[in-house]
Design a protein around this ligand. Structure first.
Ligand SMILES: [Zn+2]
Length: 248
């Protein structure tokens, strides 16, 4: 089983992504097989550097991914996209990135991503003014029939925040799913990226079919600094639930 942690999960405990890698290495390094380098702003990516120690740590892991910046961006034939793709390729030359995930509502020209030569995933999104058309399984089915080269990053919390059951997605996209953003919904209708350890048994039941999939799981939660140590508990719970889900 592959378990990875998004640097976004420790965002509130660290100043930047470089420091987040160090924190994850120190606190959870022994328990994980990958890290997702998560950037929300282009500036965070621009300023991101990897030192020798982090390259060595990441190199020893088998499933590193990158979440491309989102806020204020439009991916297409423009200078910002070129700069971002260049920086991602540079990181990819230092440590192998298995997948690069984009929020599809921020892409106006998907051919630019195809031409990057990188493994690109699109992610299902929660409700929001600019996110219409990227929330439900049928919408992605339409997209993949046109753009078959893209993979799918399935975000559990985003699906549940829309009232969709994870099983609706996984029965349709089992083969398309490259990896899972694993998180829960503490309050229904909320894109709150909660921990499974803090979720209700009903929520866990809905998530269980996801854990039976043989796909990499990236813990992508939104928690405050004090809760960072709970990620250790989260990893144990994921392992237990995976065991149970596969037996059922
Ligand atoms: Zn996500």
């Amino acid at each position: 089983m592959i378990i990875s942690i998004s640097t976004g999960s420790v965002r509130q405990a660290c100043e930047n992504t470089s420091k987040a890698i160090k924190l994850i290495q120190k606190q959870f390094g022994e328990q994980i097989q990958g890290i997702e380098l998560c950037f929300m702003l282009k500036q965070e990516l621009d300023e991101f550097t990897l030192d020798e120690e982090s390259i060595k740590f990441l190199d020893a892991l088998q499933f590193n991914t990158l979440h491309a910046p989102v806020i204020g961006l439009d991916y297409g034939r423009n200078g910002e996209t070129r700069e971002i793709m260049q920086k991602i390729r540079k990181i990819n030359s230092q440590v192998t990135l298995k997948q690069i995930t984009f929020h599809p509502n921020h892409v106006s020209d998907f051919s630019v991503l195809v031409e990057s030569g990188l493994n690109v995933c699109v992610e299902n999104l929660p409700d929001g003014k600019t996110r219409k058309g990227w929330q439900f399984p049928g919408e992605f089915q339409k997209f993949f029939s046109k753009w078959g080269g893209f993979g799918f990053c399935f975000d559990v919390n985003h699906a549940m925040a829309n009232g969709a059951k994870p099983v609706e997605f996984i029965s349709m996209f089992d083969k398309k799913i490259e990896y899972i953003h694993l998180n829960a919904t503490a309050q229904s209708g909320n894109a709150d990226h909660a921990l499974l350890t803090e979720s209700s048994p009903e929520t866990i039941e809905k998530i269980k079919p996801v854990l039976a999939l043989n796909k990499p799981f990236v813990i992508e939660v939104n928690i405050n600094k004090e809760k960072t140590p709970l990620i250790k508990k989260e990893i144990s719970l994921i392992k237990t639930l995976e065991q149970q889900a596969k037996e059922e």
